[in-house]
Design a binder for this molecule. Structure first.
Ligand code: HEM
Length: 134
């Protein structure tokens, strides 16, 4: 079978470890630089270094790449991790805008970019929705 969109993992289609690192770099760089994300930035620790490492590990696993990050942590639930963060519709929207910018910056092919956008939008929306439901 040839290596097509069906046989490659999303991780491979994006461009592997280097692309995931660039994705996460572009995401936090725009969050730090652009005042449109000030509210979202303020929710984070001043030092974004450890968070950059974490999100890189998370995306590797989420996209079907190497799973060391998850194994080292002994499991991870993305919803539980955000449950006490007071994610609002506004800040979830900022998160998605920054992520859209990063997905475009890394040059993801359109079909992959669309899938990532849909799946991440659902997650981010659910974080804000979960807060309202509590
Ligand atoms: C699809 C949606 C999201 C994904 C995949 C995601 C992923 C992550 C990951 C992997 C971490 C690191 C956790 C750790 O190391 O324990 C993290 C931390 C964090 N996330 Fe998210 N996140 C999402 C949405 C959001 C949203 C919508 C917000 C806020 C509106 C947010 C705010 C934060 C904050 C404040 C931290 C803690 C980092 C720090 O203190 O520097 N996240 N997120």
């Amino acid at each position: 079978m040839s290596e097509t969109a069906e046989t490659l993992s999303p991780y491979e289609r994006l461009g592997g470890a280097d692309a995931v690192r660039r994705l996460v770099g572009a995401f936090y760089d725009v969050m730090e630089r652009d005042p449109a994300y000030a509210e979202l930035r303020a929710m984070h620790e001043e030092d974004l270094g450890p968070t950059r490492e974490s999100l890189t590990g998370f995306f590797s696993v989420w996209l079907g790449g190497p799973r060391e990050w998850l194994e080292k942590r002994g499991g991870f639930c993305i919803m539980s991790r955000h449950a006490k963060m007071n994610v609002t519709e506004a800040t979830a929207g900022q998160w998605m805008d920054a992520m859209r910018h990063a997905i475009a910056e890394v040059g993801a092919e359109p079909a992959l970019a669309e899938k990532m956008d849909k799946a991440l939008t659902q997650l981010a929306d659910a974080m804000a929705w979960g807060r309202k439901a509590r």
